[in-house]
Design a protein around this ligand. Structure first.
Ligand SMILES: [Zn+2]
Length: 354
């Protein structure tokens, strides 16, 4: 049986930069990256102080990844820093290695971190990360815009630059100033994430949801949230609809983006609805929801009603319409729903104007 709708595999914050570049930070991957970068003795020590079984981790990592590189190698190999750019070589499992010989060879990835220094406590638009692994490319995010994913290697590199890792000490000068991190540094939490994934066999998406309920956002990321530069969204594993409904969903989003809408994300904001919706924000906040059985798409206009009473809501919108909560737990009301059969721009303009 096919499950329709969006199937997510990661949930977390995505920073939107002024040049439309976007970087998605998946919390579970980030904390695994911190763990990856630690020396093996330290990994073992942190594991044991939390009463987790390190030998079981070694065994399970071997089963999942076909190698023990996460557990018995030092993740950060070496690095070089010049000006605002840091290059860090991260050891990891070799991707796509089928033969035993390939599996046992250490793969190393080259991560480039650019402009990670905060200026007056703020992250600049020059910030960029890149890694030559597949994880940074294939997470189903990029359709319209320049979207990137911070992979575990990039997270390890960022953390190494932040903490002045011993492997980077030989390269002078280090990046000057305070380095941006999306989440708070917590080694015990890093061990917990690795244990949850490999020993308990939990899905990354479920770990992400749990982590996002904790206070893990760094003060720097919270500043960006306050500035409206962050959306909370999910990365897609797949997205499937019956009979042309997917094309309609895609066309509506494409048209809205062409009409100047910028902040597109995926969220599950409506209680009692089993489907994920697209949220597209500008002056008018819109939500796009598939109606699987009818083959139509609902475009909903929403507004935030935090602090308003039921009476005030009814007075303002005429009725106490449907409700939801966005990932920041702000109360949200849908005040108009339009059902679209054809995803034309003229119809969308009419909806926005209403
Ligand atoms: Zn990578």
């Amino acid at each position: 049986m096919i499950t329709y709708g969006i199937i997510p595999n990661g949930f977390g914050p995505e920073i939107i930069f002024n040049d439309r570049k976007r970087i998605f930070f998946q919390p579970s991957t980030f904390y695994e990256g911190i763990f990856l970068g630690m020396p093996p003795e330290e990994k073992k020590e942190i594991f044991e102080r939390n009463n987790y079984d390190y030998s079981e981790l070694e065994k399970e990592v071997m089963k999942v990844k076909g190698s023990k590189k996460l557990t018995n190698r030092r993740g950060i190999q070496k690095g070089d820093v010049g000006g605002t750019v840091g290059i860090v070589i991260v050891n990891s499992r070799r991707h796509g290695g089928r033969s035993d010989e390939n599996k046992n060879r250490i793969a190393s990835y080259t991560v480039m971190v650019k402009g990670a220094q905060l200026l007056d406590g703020k992250l600049q638009d020059t910030f960029d990360i890149s890694c030559n692994c597949k994880d940074s490319l294939y997470k189903g995010l990029g359709e319209f815009t320049n979207r990137k994913v911070c992979c575990a290697h990039a997270a390890a590199a960022l953390y190494a630059l932040y903490s002045g890792h011993e492997s980077l000490k030989e390269c002078k000068p280090m990046l000057k100033g305070e380095i941006f991190l999306p989440f708070v540094v917590d080694e015990d939490l890093a061990a917990y994430v690795v244990k949850s994934r490999y020993i308990d066999g939990r899905k990354l998406f479920n770990i992400d949801k749990e982590l996002m309920r904790r206070d893990i956002l760094s003060p720097h990321l919270e500043d960006l949230v306050d500035d409206g530069r962050v959306i909370f969204t999910c990365s897609k594993k797949k997205e499937e609809y019956p009979d042309g409904l997917g094309i309609k969903m895609w066309k509506i989003r494409k048209n809205l983006l062409e009409m100047g809408y910028k902040r597109e994300g995926i969220a599950k904001e409506f209680d009692g609805n089993c489907y994920w919706n697209y949220s597209i924000d500008k002056d008018t906040d819109l939500r796009i929801m598939p109606n699987i059985d009818e083959g139509t798409v609902s475009v909903m206009k929403v507004t935030y009603v935090d602090g308003m009473s039921r009476d005030e809501i009814i007075r303002k919108f005429g009725r106490n319409v449907g409700y939801g909560r966005d990932p920041l737990r702000r109360r949200m009301r849908v005040y108009k729903t339009f059902e679209l059969k054809y995803p034309d721009k003229s119809e969308l303009r009419w909806i926005i104007g209403r």
